[in-house]
Design a binder for this molecule. Structure first.
Ligand SMILES: NC(=O)C1=CN([C@@H]2O[C@H](COP(=O)(O)OP(=O)(O)OC[C@H]3O[C@@H](n4cnc5c(N)ncnc54)[C@H](O)[C@@H]3O)[C@@H](O)[C@H]2O)C=CC1
Ligand SMILES: C=CC1=C(C)/C(=C/c2[nH]c(/C=C3N=C(/C=C4\NC(=O)C(C)=C4C=C)C(C)=C\3CCC(=O)O)c(CCC(=O)O)c2C)NC1=O
Length: 290
């Protein structure tokens, strides 16, 4: 059994507590046991889970793993604290808000011999799995991925190429290695309007564009326009809900890693994908700031 603590009780943290208390039957998640949660608010009890102080969680011999579900801005610090005291860590994406911090945290995890797992539920949705099937084997001519969503506080969420890393993760998982050719950022501060546009080239020199647009009240949505040599794909597959919740799927993956049931090759491929996306996010940020 691995004792677990959840840090940060917002949308993601609440779902983590729910899933830790109700693991999927006969799945690796049954090897995780919720010991308590850490929150800055005084909550005492949450779904029968017990609130504990951060210091206590870091010291506790009953806790083997921490689920970091705080705002992006806090990820680096929390991940570092728990790795330093020899705990395994699951962190919600993005793992950090700079490439330097991300590489540093992986090094620390390896030094300590602990699992560092970054949640990427955007790759686990039925819609994405279907999209991946539709794209597989096709040759890209050019493509656009346009995301819209509500306003995010950048002090908490970080630069949009990091808070929007799930879109980068789609593009890299679909089309392989990318290089950033240019990136711009448009902002109307008084309206909390923000639009990031990044241009890439694939390894086959095909152009890809990512737009991340946010404003108060803007609907959370994604649009694609992918031209292939065989035709155009401009609607995302409609998809049913996964029979196993996304956070539960992710928790199973983490538990499998703790149990040593994931091969070195798989671990390495995942780490490389995550760092590749973080590198792109960093590169986009730099280009926008120039
Ligand atoms: N909501 C979702 O569907 C998904 C969220 N995520 C990621 O999960 C993380 C959290 O997102 P949400 O739950 O949506 O945000 P949220 O704003 O609902 O929750 C964040 C919580 O962390 C708490 N917090 C911040 N700093 C803290 C600290 N130092 N100690 C203890 N608690 C602290 C905040 O008070 C808040 O309750 C983000 O990194 C986000 O990118 C990832 C995938 C999906
Ligand atoms: C209803 C308000 C709502 C909020 C505040 C919300 C927040 C939210 N959803 C996210 C991703 C995500 N959120 C979901 C799914 C959900 N997330 C949910 O909170 C719910 C209810 C679902 C279920 C449909 C998925 C699948 C992702 C991964 C990125 C994606 O594919 O869009 C993220 C991570 C950053 C990002 O990728 O943009 C945040 C902060 N999502 C919401 O839907």
């Amino acid at each position: 059994m691995f004792g677990a603590v959840v840090v940060g009780i917002g949308i993601a943290g609440s779902m983590r507590i729910r899933d830790l208390l109700n693991p999927l039957q006969s799945s690796p998640s049954e090897s995780l046991k919720l010991i308590g949660f850490v929150s800055r608010r005084k909550l005492d009890q949450f779904n029968n889970a017990k609130q504990i102080e951060l210091d206590e969680a870091l010291k506790s011999k009953d806790i083997d793993a921490a689920f970091i579900c705080t705002d992006n801005q806090n990820h680096e610090e929390s991940v570092r604290h728990f790795l330093e005291v020899g705990k395994h860590v699951l962190v919600e994406y993005p793992m950090a808000l700079s490439a330097e911090a991300a590489y540093d945290l992986w090094r620390l995890a390896e030094q300590k011999g602990k699992v560092l797992h970054v949640e990427h539920i955007e790759l686990l949705t039925e819609q994405y799995k279907q999209l991946k099937k539709e794209v597989q084997g096709k040759k890209l001519v050019e493509g656009v991925l346009h995301f819209t969503g509500g306003h995010l506080d950048e002090n908490l969420s970080g630069f949009p190429s990091f808070s929007g890393i799930a879109r980068l993760s789609w593009l890299v998982d679909l089309f392989g290695d990318l290089i950033v050719t240019s990136a711009t950022r448009e902002e109307q501060k008084e309206l909390n309007y923000s639009k990031l546009t990044a241009h890439f080239l694939t390894a086959e020199n095909r152009p890809l564009t990512w737009v991340e647009e946010r404003a108060p009240g803007m609907k959370r949505d994604k649009h694609i326009h992918f031209s292939f040599t065989t035709g155009i794909l401009d609607t995302l597959p409609s998809s049913s809900r996964a029979s196993v919740g996304l956070f539960m799927q992710d928790q199973n993956l983490f538990a499998k890693k703790l149990l040593g049931q994931v091969t070195r090759e798989e671990l390495l491929a995942e780490k490389q994908r995550i760092l590749k996306c973080i590198d792109l996010a960093e590169e986009i940020k730099k280009k926008c700031e120039h």
